[in-house]
Write a protein that binds this ligand. Structure first.
Ligand SMILES: [Zn+2]
Length: 498
């Protein structure tokens, strides 16, 4: 094999074993920042949500936000972690223009939550991902480079900094290294982040929006020969979508295999993931822990969560996504395979809301996994962005069941809903899509069809009911498909019964 060519994925996993690890940052949805009273709203004018504390002005003193500590403990409990009875914040020293104090208040060797796990389901199997630690820190500001073509510092004429985000509470969730995943490593990395996002969303402590950066992932990847020690890892920074988590692991596996195949060594470094190409490029060589000169933060008292408080928080945890899915599966009477297809389509919540709005689980599933999934795929959008709400789908289904719409008409009404023409009733009225149930109009259409097909009518009179299809077809044509075929059939047979 040529050493200059990127190997295929199958080739890589036949010769190497990947080890992955994920560090996920989640911005908490607290009203105020971690160590001051500044608001945390997203999208404010630059540098309007700042004060002496989060600007790191001399003489200002931080005070820890209790709501953020509580949220972090709840995340730790949901991830089956042990909660420290005593721990401290630490200063992580590094110079970066978006960090006003030139250090970040974080946690180092005394994190709030340690040694937990999160179970991830994939293809009907459960993979347990170990959680090393969950700790609390503060976010940095944001730097904007102006004048360059790429928005990066290279080629920029000036750089602006916005400290609105500086000091927003940030939880970091670090997994233990996960070996033994083989070919599924990229997929499991993605499934882990998706499950973690759902857990945190269920806890209600963050809006976990990857596209807005309130949840972001650093993805560690290494390769080793079977039976050998783990390889040197690289850390792909700030991966901002579920799809990119999967792609970044796969890309790094391929790149590292190419380097190793050509006799090279992997450098421990951070790498940037490029959404457009799916490539990673070298960032900076990774600082080791000593470079940060960690020491306990002298301006803050230690954290000592009372065990009784932690117990209360544990008892009050909501039903977590895995338990919730298990319950829905039973309630809806689904097989593992059915539930898996709903999960894969990202339709659990949509179906749940459709059922809550009055549709049966079976009908809700049929709409979302059928017509609406096809439509979402065709348009390349997520199912929830397809343009129909669960409430509209439920209304449509109720109208089908009450006989106001046939399946065929319902699909036409759905077209209108997706085109933004309004609610099902409005579209039905505006497009004139109601089932023709006026017996007078139907009888007239049937008489006309019988008169036009005398030979067929004679066969039916003679007992050949299968021949009725021709008459029914003619009636459906006259009513532009807006009659219920079953009703028409009954009326035709009654008419020709003698
Ligand atoms: Zn502030």
């Amino acid at each position: 094999m040529s050493t200059n060519l990127l190997p295929t994925y199958d080739d890589v996993i036949s010769r190497y074993e990947p080890v992955i690890g994920l560090e996920t940052h989640v911005e908490l949805g607290t009203v105020t920042k971690m160590f001051c009273g500044c608001p945390t709203d997203f999208g404010g004018e630059p540098n309007t949500q700042v004060c002496p504390v989060c600007l790191g002005l001399p003489g200002s003193l931080p005070v820890a936000n209790r709501a953020a500590i509580e949220a972090t403990i709840r995340i730790g409990l949901a991830l089956n972690c042990s909660i420290a009875t005593w721990c401290r914040f630490a200063r992580k020293n590094y110079f970066y223009p978006d960090m006003p104090k030139n250090f970040q208040i974080s946690q180092y060797d005394e994190p709030l939550c340690t040694d937990g796990y999160l179970d991830v389901e994939i293809d009907g199997e459960t993979v347990r991902i170990g959680i090393e630690r969950v700790h609390l820190e503060e976010d940095t500001g944001k730097t904007l480079h102006v004048g360059g073509a790429t928005g990066r510092i290279h080629g920029a004429t000036e750089s602006l900094v916005d400290y609105n985000r500086a000091g927003i509470p940030l939880v970091e969730i670090v997994t233990k290294p996960v070996p033994g995943l083989g070919a599924k490593a990229p997929e499991i990395a993605k499934a882990y982040v998706a499950e973690l996002r759902d857990v945190i969303r269920t806890l209600g402590v963050s809006d976990v929006r990857m596209e807005q950066g309130s949840m972001r992932c650093d993805v560690n990847t290494s390769l080793n020969l079977p039976g050998a020690e783990w390889g040197t890892r690289t850390e792909t920074k700030n991966v901002n979508s579920l799809r990119s988590v999967e792609r970044s692991v796969r890309t790094e596996m391929l790149r590292q295999a190419m380097v190793l195949d050509s006799g090279g060594t992997i450098t421990q470094e951070t790498r940037h993931f490029h959404e457009d190409t799916g490539d990673t490029t070298s960032g900076r060589s990774k600082e080791t822990a000593t470079d940060y000169r960690y020491f306990p933060e002298p301006d803050l008292v230690p954290l000592a969560p009372e065990p009784a408080w932690v117990e209360r928080l544990k008892a009050a945890l909501p039903e977590l996504p895995s338990a919730h899915r298990a319950r829905l599966k039973t309630d809806w009477g689904l097989s593992d395979l059915d539930m898996q297809s709903i999960l894969n389509a990202g339709a659990v919540e949509l179906i749940e809301r459709t059922v809550a709005a009055g549709a049966s689980p079976e009908a809700a599933r049929k709409w979302w996994l059928g017509e609406l999934s096809r439509r979402a795929n065709a348009e390349g959008v997520e199912l929830e962005a397809v343009g129909a709400t669960p409430e509209q789908v439920a209304k449509l289904q109720v109208m089908v069941e009450s006989g106001k719409l046939t399946d065929k008409l319902a699909r036409q009404v759905l077209e209108g809903v997706l085109a933004g023409e309004g609610d099902p009733e409005q579209i039905m009225a505006a497009r004139g899509l109601e089932v023709v149930s006026d017996t007078g109009a139907l009888t007239a259409a049937i008489d006309e069809a019988i008169a036009a097909n005398p030979a067929v009518a004679e066969k039916i009179r003679g007992g050949n009911q299968a021949a009725a299809g021709v008459i029914i077809g003619a009636v459906m044509k006259t009513t532009k498909g807006q009659a219920d075929a079953k009703t028409v059939r009954e009326l035709v047979l009654a008419r020709l019964a003698g």
